[in-house]
Design a protein around this ligand. Structure first.
Ligand SMILES: *Cc1c(COP(=O)(O)O)cnc(C)c1O
Length: 232
């Protein structure tokens, strides 16, 4: 019979897997940030995660995140990792420290406008659809992303911090690696002229070790920490 792990046990396990993957790639484990993806989990789970020492959270829907994070105590930040609808840009500007899922110039401009109204700024990552899967968001091609990058650089309220992708849904580790290494090359290519451009967000529960080996500086984990969604 399989025992259900506590969050503390899952966290220990995940941290040692992150360490091992980083060492295999000759990287320092401290160079990989761990994000706890709490979409589909309750506010109680977030409180438990905070108590366990996690402080970086990911959510894919603005409305769900608003309810869950309002008035939470302590030092934490939450990032949007799902597509941002422009009519939610105002709420996103108020809640998130970073929008990792900028997938068009249009979305970026809307977010910049809402930040300007509030007198604030926000970190952003540009998302590339490296898998070609229609169900995934992100800029559709490298060239689209490069055009988006030029536009975003001119937006005063957005701090461009890096790139993000979701790997393909497959068991073929070569394909997954190829997707991550494509994003890594693009990251290396564009970062030279961009101060503060230091974040490569890739890797989820099923593929984070491959992502770290391919250079991820931030991994986004839900089920590896909390178990299957829809259970708590
Ligand atoms: C849901 C989600 C994750 C976490 O997925 P798990 O497989 O539960 O680790 C990471 N990134 C994005 C963009 C997601 O939507």
């Amino acid at each position: 019979m399989e025992m259900v792990k506590t969050l503390a046990e899952s966290l220990t396990d995940v941290r040692s897997r992150i360490d091992a993957a980083a060492r295999r790639a000759g990287r320092a484990p401290a160079d990989v940030r761990l994000m706890a993806v709490t979409k589909g989990f309750s506010r109680e789970v977030v409180l438990e995660a905070l108590a366990a020492g996690l402080s970086l959270f990911g959510e894919n829907r603005v409305q769900e995140a608003e309810g869950k994070f309002a008035g939470l105590p302590g030092a934490w930040e939450t990032h949007l990792i799902g597509h941002l609808q422009t009519n939610k840009a105002r709420a996103a500007a108020a809640l998130f420290a970073c929008v990792q899922s900028i997938d068009s110039t249009h979305t970026a401009m809307a977010l910049d406008g809402r930040c300007a109204e509030r007198g604030t700024s926000i970190d952003v990552l540009l998302e590339l659809n490296t898998s070609g899967e229609d169900s995934k968001s992100g800029f559709r091609s490298r060239d689209d992303l490069l055009a988006g990058l030029d536009a975003v650089r001119k937006l005063a309220r957005l701090r461009l911090k890096g790139l993000m992708t979701v790997g393909p849904l497959t068991d073929d580790s070569q394909k997954i690696r190829a997707s991550f290494s494509e994003l890594r090359s693009l990251f290396e290519e564009v970062r030279a002229g961009l101060p503060g451009f230091d974040t490569l967000s890739m890797g989820m529960s099923g593929d984070f070790e491959l992502a770290i080996e391919e250079g991820a500086t931030l991994v986004r984990l839900g089920t590896a920490l909390f178990g299957p969604r829809g259970t708590k």
